[in-house]
Design a binder for this molecule. Structure first.
Ligand SMILES: N[C@@H](CCC(=O)N[C@@H](CS)C(=O)NCC(=O)O)C(=O)O
Length: 254
């Protein structure tokens, strides 16, 4: 059995979609990131970067003790190797998939996270909205550029890494399908091949099911005070602020 330390967000969906695609049984362990579960000693032992998703595989590839992993890219690569699915073994094909996996992890995910932050969240935090202009322009501009990169690739290939559906698609779709919703629905007009792929992948049964996992978890209405505490927790994580949790975890896990 695989434990998935999870909250229903794009990075979490990558793992549930992959597990559904592979037909592997799994058990969801909720990590309420707005409530601070990512700072508990138990979670920091699995994921020292205080970010979900993380997994624990109790019957790991290669045998032995349960294997804990954080970072969605590493998790998908591991599950692909474990099941022999969605990552070819022939070197040229394998690395053509992995270059897109790394592209998502280093580009689309972080840029969309920041674009969403500046465009949708930051106005609730700062007093002068003009302070948001530069950050919004910079990150929305990057998402537009990255959408063009995907669109050009998908204009000549059915899937991101070529002819076959792979972990490159599984890792990218949970961010890509939100581009219009997070930024601007009219963006799709500029990227028809990307839109074709978003719609097609979105119809796969494993994608539909994986994205629904834990839907109810994030649904509770928060009070204004809870919302404020959540913003402080998620958007103000200097070393000074998280050091205490890390040190407490180190003591508890020693
Ligand atoms: N590169 C990481 C990013 C994970 C990530 O940013 N997770 C967010 C939720 S989508 C999180 O756990 N945030 C908790 C926090 O900011 O403290 C991955 O792909 O696994």
């Amino acid at each position: 059995m695989i434990d998935v330390h999870y909250w229903p967000t794009p990075n979490g969906w990558k793992v549930t979609i992959m597990l559904e695609e592979c037909g592997l049984p799994y058990n969801i362990v909720p990590v309420d990131i707005g409530g601070g579960d990512q700072f508990t000693p138990e979670f920091l032992r699995l994921s020292p970067n205080n970010r979900m998703p993380a997994i624990v595989d109790h019957e790991p590839l290669g045998g032995g003790e349960p294997l804990a992993l954080f970072e969605s890219g590493a998790i998908l690569e591991y599950l692909a190797e474990k099941t022999g699915q969605f990552l070819p073994t022939e070197p040229a094909a394998k690395y053509s998939v992995l270059q897109w996996v790394h592209w998502q992890m280093a580009n689309l995910g972080p840029m969309m996270g920041n674009a969403n932050h500046f465009k949708n969240y930051a106005k609730n935090i700062i007093d002068d909205p003009r302070q948001l202009d530069y950050g919004t322009k910079r990150f929305v501009g990057e998402v537009s550029r990255l959408s063009g990169v995907m669109d050009a690739q998908l204009a000549v290939h059915p899937y991101l890494a070529g002819a076959e559906y792979s972990i490159a698609d599984i890792i990218t779709w949970p961010w890509a399908f939100l581009i219009g919703r997070m930024l601007d629905e009219s963006m799709w007009d500029e990227f028809p091949s990307l839109k074709r792929w978003v719609d097609e992948v979105g119809e796969r049964p494993a994608v539909v099911t994986g994205r629904r996992v834990g839907r109810e978890l994030g649904k509770r209405e928060l009070t204004e005070a809870e919302e404020k505490a959540r913003r402080e927790l998620l958007f103000n994580q200097t070393n000074e602020k998280v050091r205490a949790a890390r040190e407490a975890a180190a003591r508890a896990n020693a």
